[in-house]
Design a protein around this ligand. Sequence first.
Ligand SMILES: NC(=O)c1ccc[n+]([C@@H]2O[C@H](COP(=O)([O-])OP(=O)(O)OC[C@H]3O[C@@H](n4cnc5c(N)ncnc54)[C@H](OP(=O)(O)O)[C@@H]3O)[C@@H](O)[C@H]2O)c1
Length: 392
Amino acid sequence: MAKVLIIGAGGVGQVVAHKCAQASDVFTDICLASRNIEKCIKIAGQIKRPIETFQVDAEKTEELTALIERCRPDVVINVALPYQDLTIMDACLAAEVNYLDTANYEPRDEARFSYSWQWNYHDRFRGKGLMALLGSGFDPGVTNVFTAWALRHQFDQIDELDIIDCNAGDHGRPFATNFNPEINIREVTAKGRYYENGQWKETEPLSVKMEFDFPEGIGRKRLYLLFHEELESLVKHIPSIKKARFWMTFSDNYLKHLEVLQNVGMTRIDPVKYKGVDIVPLQFLKVLLPDPASLGPLTRGKTCIGCLIRGVKEGKVKTIYIYNVCDHRSCYEEVGSQAISYTTGVPAMIGAMLMVTGVWREKGVFNMEQMDPDPFMDKLMVYGLPWHVKTL
Ligand SMILES: NC(=O)c1ccc[n+]([C@@H]2O[C@H](COP(=O)([O-])OP(=O)(O)OC[C@H]3O[C@@H](n4cnc5c(N)ncnc54)[C@H](OP(=O)(O)O)[C@@H]3O)[C@@H](O)[C@H]2O)c1
């Protein structure tokens, strides 16, 4: 029925390929392209259905446009890196194909997170009758849909939102990141930012903490305030929100290593000269660190990502907690990846499925909370990310 072109054969790309292959009634043809075709071939080799593989540099718009025109997919799923978002959107416009991603565009030389660059494409996508869906991972992605669903079914008005991301898994390696190390470390070492009463407030990196008692045996964990991109779109599209924050857990071990790496300059993103050659320390560090895809067989434990939402229903103040718990080991057994890649790849497949089946069909550039949350919430239950709601 539909053809999909997946760009990026990393940890998340592997899950998207597996999940699209599982949904054979919708995705009848699957293409997988990445900078390094060997990674595509390896993933295709894990899947019983045929997957067409291609080499492409997604930063070269013409090269990518030619590939899209050759494959003629109904949707392009971008699970390469945020640096490629704009060139992939350009290629989708040129080849007249719908677009989906899981992370907002970032310029390479500046750790700045903003949807503005991609929102600027709205008129071009609308003009061509195409849809671009931004941030269809877990956070952003499912967290946006959780909030939209809560507004529809649980509240008359949402006042406060805390997005809470806990990875209680252990991979046994001294230091590793659970998704692309460069993107992860840029995010974590940036200044914190949250929204309150119409203003953005900045905090020093990892300086604001709280504790939360997680369900399903995970227990109490310390969380750190970070800026995360879905805060920007959620306060725009749900203007009643007065306070919005994002929190993430880190182990003491992770923070100890990160502090040392920062202190010695290994997380810098500006080039330094080494033997006459320009080297970006963080890009060099990425080469040394474990590939997140290699953590799959090692990781044990669970993730728990969700939204704590306060608001008003029929005149009464109310708080709910809506969340998913995902087990690293079960993900590995199903698709050969750990839960961080899994919780990102499953929503990417579901977003694409709703687009190609016409359930989510708009013209222009959209964030997840702008779409009907109900069919997406139903599909989470079917495709491996069951969710729960507690009234607190
Ligand atoms: N929303 C969420 O919940 C969420 C959570 C986690 C991650 N993410 C996002 O998901 C995306 C993928 O993450 P990941 O952990 O899978 O990263 P990853 O393992 O590093 O995979 C990225 C893939 O993209 C490929 N790539 C990089 N530059 C390319 C280019 N110019 N042309 C073609 N392919 C290129 C890489 O190729 P090489 O193998 O040659 O390097 C690699 O295969 C990232 O954007 C990340 O921010 C979103």
